[in-house]
Design a protein around this ligand. Structure first.
Ligand code: NAD
Length: 403
């Protein structure tokens, strides 16, 4: 977690030390082992976590990642990020996150199902539609959510589609969830650009990572004349070309798993002279080592934590506008929230309705952050944290018992 930004936001809000301590407190940190009988008959044990940071504004909400490098500290940081993310876009959810230490891709489909069901069974007492609602994250997808929902329902004894989100469309999932994060990010950038007097048109864009989120945004930008995507990369390298055909690059990537005609490395992509750099891959991509070489005017953090704390300060001193993850990628959790509303009401929305509602949430959130920037002259990141901490702190104060 970028601790200094939380402290700066607390300072700007005049929070007392005890208010800040409450905001930083984790309500539940759960560590358990999940046992899975492998196809070989051997029993494997996987360490698993669920961290519930703060539920003052609503049930905990956050993904589950299956990865060999998952650790408790990371899950804690990501759970608090969810609290701030839900608060900055003002959806009534709190922050949670889960993880399992596992080399997931080495498991057979049968073992993957057992692990997913095992996670739900292990944390069943702490999860549920009104308590804590998991979603997909690294190496988990709609299939894992379908298994988890089924397991939850078996244990509960009745149907609760709202116990997890990110489910398949024909099993209580929501329209638009697949592109929600990318679309939400685009709404923020569209509004930011309106407020700036950038002379360049179209806006030249480089995108690091063309998975769900980066690929989705590349497609959306390719369909909008205001933007021109000139560079794209994945984990193996990238392509830079002024007349890049995004649809062809994505189609080739889908067919073969890689980018054709690669001519730049990942690190070169980050340092290209573009108007907008989109970080849609992993954490810690811009560090103190490469921050001084960044030439983009605006950076959009679609990934979580892609810029280190030190690098963030360097970029700020260079006058680069960084739209932080808690705002930039909040479209995903927003449509997850819509999925939960639809499940609870047993009523399903059209694609247009989901898109309209998402646009409204992202517009309000962006305007709220921009108002703070205008009033206080602070960065996008600090303004976003000021909005988020203020909302959570106010909710906590309203619930306090006065003695
Ligand atoms: P994904 O696995 O579909 O895509 C990740 C992409 O990054 C892949 O194309 C991979 O090849 C590429 N990549 C990996 N290492 C790279 C490197 N060093 N340089 C360039 N590219 C690299 O994942 P995703 O769902 O698109 O998520 C991407 C990021 O966005 C993650 O940080 C995730 O936590 C965050 N995020 C995702 C969502 C969502 O809705 N999927 C929501 C919020 C945040």
């Amino acid at each position: 977690m970028n601790k200094s930004i939380i402290h700066k936001a607390a300072l700007s809000l005049n929070l007392s030390q005890s208010e800040l301590d409450k905001l930083l407190h984790y309500e539940n940190v759960l560590e358990k082992d999940i046992e899975v009988e492998l196809d070989s008959g051997e029993i494997a044990t996987f360490p698993a976590f669920r961290v519930q940071h703060n539920s003052v504004r609503g049930p905990y909400k956050g993904g589950i990642r299956f990865h060999p490098q998952v650790n408790l500290d990371e899950v804690k940081i990501l759970s608090s990020l969810m609290t701030w993310k839900c608060a900055v876009v003002n959806i009534p959810m709190g922050g949670g996150k889960g993880g399992v230490i596992v080399d997931y891709k080495q498991l057979s489909k049968n073992e993957q199902e057992k692990l997913s069901r095992g996670y739900m069974k292990t944390f069943f007492n702490h999860l549920g539609p009104d308590k804590d609602i998991p979603a997909p994250d690294v190496n988990t997808n709609e299939q894992n959510m379908a298994w988890m929902m089924d397991e939850y329902n078996n244990l509960a004894g009745y149907e609760n589609p709202g116990c997890v989100t990110g489910k398949p469309i024909n099993l209580f999932g929501s329209e638009v969830r697949d592109i929600a994060t990318s679309l939400g990010g685009k709404h923020v950038v569209d509004r930011l650009l309106k407020s700036l007097s950038l002379n360049s048109c179209p806006i030249r864009v480089a995108i690091q990572g063309i998975g769900n989120v980066g690929g989705g945004l590349a497609e959306l930008l390719a369909g909008d004349d205001k933007y021109k995507v000139v560079a794209i990369s994945d984990s193996k390298g990238g392509i830079y070309k002024e007349d890049l055909n995004v649809d062809n690059v994505l189609a080739h990537k889908r067919q073969t798993g890689s980018i054709q005609n690669q001519n730049i490395s990942n690190s070169e992509l980050l340092e290209l002279d573009v108007d907008l750099l989109v970080l849609a891959a992993l954490e810690d991509q811009i560090t103190e080592n490469n921050a001084p070489n960044i030439k983009a005017k605006i950076i959009l953090e679609l990934a979580n934590n892609p810029i280190t704390e030190v690098a963030d300060k360097i970029l700020e001193s260079m006058g680069i506008t960084v739209v932080p993850d808690i705002l930039a990628n909040a479209g995903g959790v927003t449509v997850s929230y819509f999925e939960w509303i639809q499940n609870n009401a047993n009523e399903y929305w059209s694609e247009d309705k989901v898109k309209d509602e998402l646009e409204q949430v992202m517009r309000q959130a962006t305007i709220g952050v921009m108002n703070i920037i205008q009033a206080q002259g602070v960065s996008w990141r600090l303004a976003s944290y000021i909005v988020a901490l203020d909302r959570v702190n106010q909710a906590m104060k309203l619930k306090e018992v006065i003695v």
